[in-house]
Design a protein around this ligand. Structure first.
Ligand SMILES: [Zn+2]
Length: 67
């Protein structure tokens, strides 16, 4: 039974795995593209990987706690 789940966003470690270069990096290293704060709870954040410039929006959004 191999249930190795690949998580993009790890709220406990506060890291995000880039789906292209597969480098785990701290959340704050990812630049979130501008979102209107009023509607942010209804929008999926888009992240840009600083290493490879890949843009991606993790599906299971809403996991991220708002500060
Ligand atoms: Zn990357």
């Amino acid at each position: 039974m191999q249930s190795r789940e690949h998580k993009l966003v790890d709220p406990e470690k506060r890291t995000i795995l880039c789906p292209r270069c597969e480098e785990e990096q701290p959340m704050r290293d990812f630049a979130t593209l501008g979102m209107c704060p009023l509607y942010s709870s209804m929008l999926s954040p888009i992240y840009r990987c600083k290493r490879c410039n890949h843009l991606f929006a993790p599906r299971s959004a809403g996991v991220l706690a708002t500060a």
